[in-house]
Design a binder for this molecule. Structure first.
Ligand SMILES: NC(=O)c1ccc[n+]([C@@H]2O[C@H](COP(=O)([O-])OP(=O)(O)OC[C@H]3O[C@@H](n4cnc5c(N)ncnc54)[C@H](OP(=O)(O)O)[C@@H]3O)[C@@H](O)[C@H]2O)c1
Length: 323
């Protein structure tokens, strides 16, 4: 039997790249994985996306292309964050449907949950409260992505065999991360700062805030494994563990740690021997953010990569590609 033809949208990104690696590691033939760079195919261009699907006719789609960024970027470019993400999702999901794609996996984010949500965050907290204002446009786009998948399932599931699923990752780190000095997430930012402090023999590294907020981190290779796991579950199993209008699945590590402990672990992995101090004049943000990933656990998936092992690999990637 010929292997499915799989389109991975966003394959040059951290998550899309990891999904391609995972598929290849599982023996999926390279020639049955379709990719396009942003320059080759702008996913906000409806006609181009439709033409691409009509020409390639993939069987399955992993939708890991998105406009992604930190608080500063979200605050500065809110129009871009909502417009680009809505367009990418609407174009890819509708063109997939129009060209006979039955299986699609949409990648969302934990920011879909309300600001004051109970911790750990369960899937059924979706749309129960006000979102965090800084990334509301992005979160609204991601919620729309989940609802696009659900609506196509509800309208075309029985008649066309449409089976579009969604996963919501916690904070990710690993190879392919963004190490930009001002615009990166906490793990890559700490890797860069501790590395630079080690190289320059700086006696102290300042960490923003009290170090007390608790956060959860998942290695991107685990995220890719979870994505393929969810995509390949039999439909009856997926349906049994989800509802037609509450169909997304959280993907987390299952444990959190304080920012102070994260900083100590990064310092150790990088080999920085100086002092660590906390700049308590800087804001802490939400005190705890942890996914409830019990839905995914009950579907037979658990993460493999410990934080210490994952950080060591991320630091190697940083040294090879970003230092
Ligand atoms: N990283 C995390 O911690 C994290 C956490 C939770 C959820 N997620 C989700 O996971 C998904 C992937 O994130 P990521 O971290 O892998 O992001 P990423 O590294 O920035 O990758 C996103 C990819 O999408 C491509 N892209 C963006 N706009 C495009 C367009 N208009 N046309 C074609 N391609 C376009 C980008 O290409 P260019 O760079 O060339 O524009 C990039 O290759 C996102 O949906 C994100 O919300 C990530």
């Amino acid at each position: 039997m010929t292997a499915s033809k799989i389109y991975v949208a966003g394959h040059r990104g951290m998550v899309g790249g990891a999904i391609v690696r995972r598929l290849l590691a599982q023996g999926h033939p390279r020639e049955r994985i379709v990719t396009r760079t942003h320059a080759e195919l702008d996913l906000t261009d409806q006609a181009a996306v439709q033409a691409f699907f009509a020409a390639e006719k993939p069987d399955e789609v992993y939708l890991a292309a998105a406009k992604v960024g930190g608080i500063h970027a979200n605050n500065t470019y809110p129009a871009d964050f909502i417009y680009v993400n809505l367009m990418i999702q609407a174009n890819v999901i509708n063109s997939a449907f129009a060209n006979g794609v039955r299986k699609l996996l949409f990648l969302g984010s934990s920011c879909i949950y309300p600001k004051a949500v109970q911790q750990p965050m369960r899937e059924d907290a979706l749309l129960t409260g006000t979102l965090e204002p800084t990334n509301e446009p992005y979160a609204i786009a991601k919620i729309a992505g989940i609802k696009l998948c659900e609506s196509y399932n509800r309208q075309y599931g029985a008649s066309h065999g449409v089976d579009y699923r969604s996963v919501m990752p916690t904070n990710l780190y690993g190879p392919g991360d963004n190490y930009h000095p001002e615009n990166s997430h906490v793990v890559p930012a700490m890797i860069r700062r501790f590395h630079e402090a080690k190289v320059s023999n700086a006696p102290v590294v300042m960490v923003w805030g009290t170090g007390k907020p608790m956060r959860e981190f998942l290695h991107v290779d685990d995220m890719a494994a979870a994505s393929v796991h969810v995509m390949t579950l039999p439909k009856s199993v997926y349906d049994q563990h989800t509802d037609p209008m509450l169909s997304h699945i959280n993907v987390g590590f299952g444990e959190d740690l304080s920012i102070a402990d994260l900083a100590r672990t990064v310092a150790q992995v990088v080999g920085y021997r100086g002092d660590l101090r906390f700049d308590t004049t800087k804001p802490d943000g939400t005190m705890r953010k942890l996914m409830d990933s019990s839905r995914l656990r009950s579907l037979g998936w658990t993460p493999d990569v410990s934080l210490a092992t994952g950080l060591a690999g991320a630091y190697r990637d940083f040294l090879e590609n970003h230092a």
